[in-house]
Design a protein around this ligand. Structure first.
Ligand SMILES: Nc1ncnc2c1ncn2[C@@H]1O[C@H](COP(=O)(O)OP(=O)(O)OP(=O)(O)O)[C@@H](O)[C@H]1O
Ligand SMILES: [Mg+2]
Length: 454
């Protein structure tokens, strides 16, 4: 049997009418329940949730109006279509004012019913999807989902809500993958602008001309390829926030136009003749030192001061190692349906690694590793080789100080690294890895067992 396309309640006291509707909608693969009159209709609504209710207007005791009011009260998501006798359009309009979705005049055509119902159900599905997406966006970009217990992240968590409340422009700097976009979205979602759009654009992703028309829009015929009028992102972000990612890549000519919008709120679409005014909060992000760009003559200093009213600097992951375990476990939980853990030895390697790609790199590593392991544990040998054998050429022999060291542990560590690197170099072939280390196969295998390397 085909899956039901939606649940519909038909309330109609006229028997033939009720039967026709029930059969017709049943054939269209809706799940249809019918009620003999308004009172029975009320009982159905109390018991179940419907996507759509089709109800006659005139019925004894409980009429369509009463039913509609009740539905709006207890099941506001349910759509209601009224069936009205010919010539009573006024009551139908009254019903729409009370929140009915649509009305159908009796007598009706079968195709008309089909179409109206199909549209109504589609609309309801879209609405559901949209509100779901909105929720997801809000929750996934508010502060709770930015993870970090290091002092520097905690400091940031404390100031973000305050910064969010103002409309001052913010410049977020940080290495690639450090969470700039996440912070920008949190700034928007914690601001009074949250119900308006949060629009992002990567300035490095467009050639100059295209970037201009993306930002400011264009009129039909403004350039080859401008076949219709198009709003720019500044218009779409009006009342909301605009994230200019990789702002350091913005061409110098466009910088002048950007400066103008910031100073006056005014801009012109490409090929347009009149000025438009907008109210947009600009959040920019960069992984370059803008100061260097200014010195090199590639970035306007006046623009920089306008963009950098409030600076936020996100430290690289390697400078806040306390966040690594938290983040790793967070991504692991997100990735797998069953609980998995990272062994202390593996965590140690994650802590030592340099993370040039910051949180994004960590996220990718955990994602990949979690997919490949078949046990519920991530061990050192499950980790990608670059992490397992890092640092390859730096010394990893700690100096002996007055605090003392655990010599067995350190030597064991060194041995383990060589075992793993050797396996890695020869693609996991044990006999060859043993040769590389000048060990007999038996001795090699014994050592693998000792350290629990797969
Ligand atoms: N503190 C954090 N907590 C949880 N997830 C994070 C954190 N920081 C970054 N991430 C995740 O890491 C990934 C990269 O973050 P984001 O895209 O914000 O970085 P970015 O600084 O904008 O990178 P790029 O410079 O490459 O544009 C995203 O999937 C993001 O969800
Ligand atoms: Mg980014």
């Amino acid at each position: 049997m085909e899956k039901s396309k939606g649940k519909i309640l038909v309330v109609e006291d006229e028997k033939s009418m009720r039967e026709v509707l029930t059969m017709l909608l049943g054939e269209e693969h809706y799940d249809v329940i019918s009620a003999l009159d308004g009172r029975e209709g009320l009982a159905c609504i109390d018991k179940d949730i419907f996507d759509l209710v089709i109800t006659d207007m005139k019925m004894p005791k409980v009429d369509g109006f009463e039913l509609l009011k009740k539905i709006k009260e207890i099941s506001p998501e349910t759509l209601v279509i009224m069936i009205t006798a010919f010539g009573t359009t006024e009551t139908a309009i009254e019903a729409m004012k009370l929140g009915a979705y649509d009305y159908i005049n009796k007598p009706f055509k079968i195709d008309e019913i089909r179409l109206i119902v199909k549209k109504a159900i589609e609309k309801k599905r879209l609405r559901e999807e949209l509100s779901l997406l909105r929720e997801q966006i809000k929750t996934s970009y508010s502060l709770e989902n930015i993870i970090g217990k290091s002092a520097r992240m905690q400091e940031m968590f404390a100031i973000i809500p305050k910064i969010a409340q103002s409309s001052s422009n913010v410049l977020i700097s940080g290495e690639s993958g450090s969470g700039k976009e996440l912070v920008a979205a949190a700034l928007h979602n914690l601001s009074l602008r949250r119900d308006r759009n949060f629009v992002t654009i990567n300035c490095a992703a467009f050639p100059e001309g295209l970037l201009e028309s993306e930002l400011f829009g264009h009129m039909k015929g403004a350039f080859t390829g401008a076949v219709y009028n198009k709003q720019g992102l500044f218009e779409i972000a009006d009342g909301g926030s605009l994230l200019l990612d990789e702002i350091g890549e913005m061409p110098i000519n466009l910088q002048a136009k950007l400066l103008r919008v910031i100073e006056s709120g005014m801009f012109r679409r490409v090929g347009g003749t009149n000025d438009l005014k907008v109210d947009v909060r600009i959040i920019s992000a960069t992984n370059k030192k803008i100061k260097d760009e200014i010195d090199a003559g590639r970035f306007r200093e006046d623009l920089y001061y306008r963009l950098n009213v409030v600076p936020i600097n996100i430290p690289p992951l390697r400078e806040r190692k306390e966040d690594i375990p938290l983040l790793a476990e967070h991504f692991l939980r997100k990735m797998s349906s069953t609980p998995k853990r990272i062994t202390p030895e593996a965590m140690k390697l994650l802590l030592e690694y340099q993370w040039k790609g910051n949180v994004r790199e960590l996220e990718n590593v955990i994602e990949r590793t979690a997919l490949l392991i078949d046990k519920d544990e991530i061990k050192p040998s499950d980790l990608p080789s670059e992490i397992m054998s890092y640092p390859r050429d730096k010394k990893f022999i700690p100096e002996l100080t007055s605090k003392g060291i655990d010599v067995d542990e350190i030597i064991g560590d060194i041995e383990k690294r060589y075992l793993m690197s050797a396996l890695d170099l020869v693609g996991g072939v044990k006999t060859e890895a043993a040769k590389l280390l000048n060990l007999s196969f038996r001795s090699f295998r014994h050592r693998l067992q000792k350290y629990g390397i797969k």
